[in-house]
Design a protein. Structure first.
Length: 569
């Protein structure tokens, strides 16, 4: 490699020595550097018939596979030719690999040293401009105020005085706006210098990114775009809740309640969040399309009652519509678990799809359709079971799924890990994948943002809406199944869970206006809301007062969301 590119290496070494010796780059952009152009041209020639050719041919294969104008035989022959060409290109790439890697390393090293000098010069130049603009602004402001005060003093009528005041105010605003625009251009130039450096390195690496560069660029972009007002608007609620948690942590030992910030307490909060996570993940999709779901609590009761009946050890005392009593102990435990889970999911999906049909087909707001579903399930459950609890489930399977693993003694306390955290974590991953990595997920955002525009672009709003309701039913069914492992199920199980799930989503940043939100936000919202309740209970705050705290948090979250929505408009 040294023989092939000796001249290029020598020039780079000489230039690097000059720059490290304090010489100025003398350019405002890396694109102006001739030596860097030579590096890029040389690398392009090395890659042209190798790695770049392979990428081009693979894209051609993908295009041929999607081309409906081609006959099957012609497509097969074309793809075979492309694959043959790929094998030849791989041979060329293998021959040039060592030269490519070494030359890339040398080019990036040179680009980094050159960019350091260029960025420093650009920053210094732009900082001087910013200082000049600020001095000019101060002088300009004094002149405007002096002229304005003279005009106000010289005014002979109230009308003329008000006009002079208005013109003074306008002149001050224009001067400030003009100066801020000039300063913003300087900051843009400084940010562009660093961005160009990263993009140049990526081009030299043939599109490959670097973790350290990506992190630095993300940080610089965050600082560049940071605005205190927007930060407080986006995170004000979280900051307030964080302060509340800190106060609880400080107050708990002083009040005699004990240490709040311990592993057992944290695991208890996560355990209490585990089943609620499923309900929030379900209702999050409906809020994303500017809807809601009031039937969550009744879905939980229905699924947990079914699970309790099937997994109860021995004959259950509950009769369902005068049918029973029930005894499923003759079935193997694995079959009973599958039956309970499947029935819970099927029933929740059936009722959720029922509500979804009216919302998707007849454009009935989900508030109404899910309210109707809630009442139907509520009536059926209480009439069918007469409100009798189904009793506890088999202790062996309850411990196997809803129990805890012993981690040992930590800081003098027995620490156990709740098993229900595992399915909740899996549910978060599944929901995140659906929302972010599937076409259905992208369509959810499109329908939530603007259903009419989504329909015009070819998205079936009916199918997406029905899909969201069905997905919600699946999450409810899974959560209801697991709920039976936490407490004795009855028709009253899950009372008020819909409010907690909706509130968690709103606190987590899923907008009621539709089209905005992330699964991570919903998950964090559940933990925050559950943690809030746990902290208040830990401090022995009256249960009724806890509703007051929750109410303030909900109204604050929705108010902030509305303010952000109005600003976007």
């Amino acid at each position: 490699m040294a023989n092939k590119f000796e001249e290029l290496t020598t020039q780079a070494g000489k230039r690097i020595s000059e720059l490290e010796g304090g010489a100025k780059a003398g350019i405002k952009s890396l694109a102006e550097d001739e030596l860097l152009k030579k590096y890029q041209d040389t690398l392009n020639n090395l890659r042209k018939d190798g790695v770049n050719k392979i990428m081009e041919l693979r894209q051609s294969i993908a295009a041929a596979q999607k081309n409906k104008m081609l006959e099957d035989a012609d497509r097969a022959k074309l793809i075979a030719d492309y694959k043959t060409a790929i094998e030849k290109a791989k041979t060329v790439a293998a021959v040039n690999k060592a030269d490519d890697e070494q030359l890339t390393k040398d080019a990036v090293k040179y680009a980094n040293i050159l960019a350091k000098s260029v960025i420093a010069e650009v920053n210094a130049d732009e900082d001087r401009k910013i200082a000049t603009y600020k001095n000019e602004y101060a002088t300009r402001i004094q002149s405007i105020k002096s002229d304005g005060e003279k005009r106000i003093a010289a005014a002979t009528s109230d009308h003329d005085k008000e006009t002079a005041k208005y013109e003074l105010k306008s002149a001050l605003f224009d001067a400030k706006n003009h100066t801020q625009t000039a300063i913003d251009r300087c900051n843009d130039a400084k940010n562009s210098a660093f961005t160009e450096h990263v993009q140049t390195n990526r081009a030299l690496r043939n599109g490959k990114t670097n973790f350290a560069e990506n992190m630095e660029m993300s940080f610089k972009n965050y600082i560049y775009n940071f605005k205190l007002g927007k930060f407080l608007l986006d995170n004000g609620l979280y900051l307030a809740i964080l302060i509340f948690f800190i106060i609880c942590i400080i107050v708990a030992p002083l009040s005699g309640a004990g240490n709040l910030l311990t592993l057992p307490n944290i695991f208890t909060i996560l355990e209490q969040s585990s089943t609620r996570m499923f309900y929030a993940l379900g209702v999050a999709g409906l809020i994303l399309i500017a809807g809601t779901d009031l039937s969550v609590g009744r879905m939980v009761a229905m699924g947990s009652v079914i699970t309790g009946l099937i997994l109860h050890p021995g004959t259950n005392i509950v009769k369902f519509f005068n049918m029973g009593p029930w005894n499923f102990t003759t079935l193997p435990m694995g079959g009973r678990l599958c039956l309970a889970l499947c029935l819970s999911i099927v029933l929740c999906v059936a009722f959720s799809a029922f509500a979804g049909f009216f919302s998707a087909k007849l454009k009935i707001h989900p508030f109404i359709s899910t309210l109707a579903t809630q009442l139907i399930i509520y009536g059926l459950l209480f009439f069918g079971t007469t409100g009798t609890p189904v009793g506890s489930i088999d202790s062996g399977v309850k411990d196997a799924i809803g129990g805890r693993w012993t981690l040992g003694i930590i800081n003098g306390e027995l620490v156990t890990f709740p098993k229900l955290i595992i399915p909740a974590a899996i549910a978060i991953v599944v929901a995140w994948f659906i929302w972010n990595k599937t076409t259905f997920g992208k369509n959810m955002y499109a329908v939530g943002g603007n259903a009419e525009a989504a329909s015009v672009s070819g998205i079936s709003v009916f199918r997406v809406t029905m899909g969201i309701f069905i997905m919600a039913g699946i999450f409810y069914g899974c959560g209801a199944f697991l709920e039976a492992f936490r407490a004795n199920a009855s028709a009253g199980t899950g009372q008020g869970y819909e409010m907690d799930a909706i509130a968690a989503c709103v606190v987590g940043g899923i907008s009621f206006n539709g089209g905005i939100g992330k699964i991570g936000g919903a998950a964090i919202g559940v933990i925050i809301f559950t943690g809030l309740t746990y902290c208040l209970t830990f401090l022995h705050i009256d249960t009724n007062l806890q509703f007051v705290f929750k109410g303030f948090i909900i109204i604050a979250a929705v108010a902030l969301d509305s303010i952000k929505y109005l600003k976007r408009k």
